[in-house]
Design a protein. Sequence first.
Length: 258
Amino acid sequence: MRCVFAFTVAFSLVALAACGGGSSDSASKGSKKGSDTTQPTGISADDPGCKYIVAGTDSRATNPGPVLQYLTSPVVLSSACYDTVSFTFAIDDKAAVTTTTAAEDGGTASTCSPGYTVEYRKAPFGLVKADGKNVSTSTAGFDAAKAVLYVEMTPAISLSTFPSKPDLAYPGGLRLVFKESEVHHLRIVEWVKNLPEGESTSAPTTTVPGVIVLPQRVVWLIGLDRKRPFTTDCAPGPLPGATCPVTACTHLNVLIMK
């Protein structure tokens, strides 16, 4: 079912700042305040203010956080201004809850955990094995995917290390199911389970010979019908109306503009 957010929610993203570094960490500068209202002029039920949302095509990234995160529930949503691919992460109840990540260069800290990179890439999306062969993905051969957003989140896994806690694991398949008629530009959303360093496991690091040791990571590909501006929104807690599968969780939204 298409999730069409209320007009007020669309407006709340006017001042949205991405969790990434560099030029992507900017708030909206197009908002105007009247003497008796905080709404930008021109906002109405017919115009939810999409033009005031700060978005672009440059890479957005944050540094990895210190606590391993478990992907539990990726989902596709759509609203008047954008398509959303949302990733909810949980942590082991015994782990310390961390929602801030200091930048290595002493710059602005991130309020998102796990860290992430979201950027446009062309096949093979940087996913090349030590033997020089490309990782096989459905997205690479999907004709309708004219532009692809690469989404990497780390340290993160999709499999639970706790047999007694199945909620700390992603139970879904390799592709998210959605109706193309109910979204704007999404054509395929794919989990890359078999990474160059090996299949996703519950190990804290990956150590395939000939491959640089990487923090455990979760990679998804978002195929679009064309290249569109996007932004990111990451915050502690679940999506509105949802609940955390365990005590603490965070969610990362990738918003692709209409």
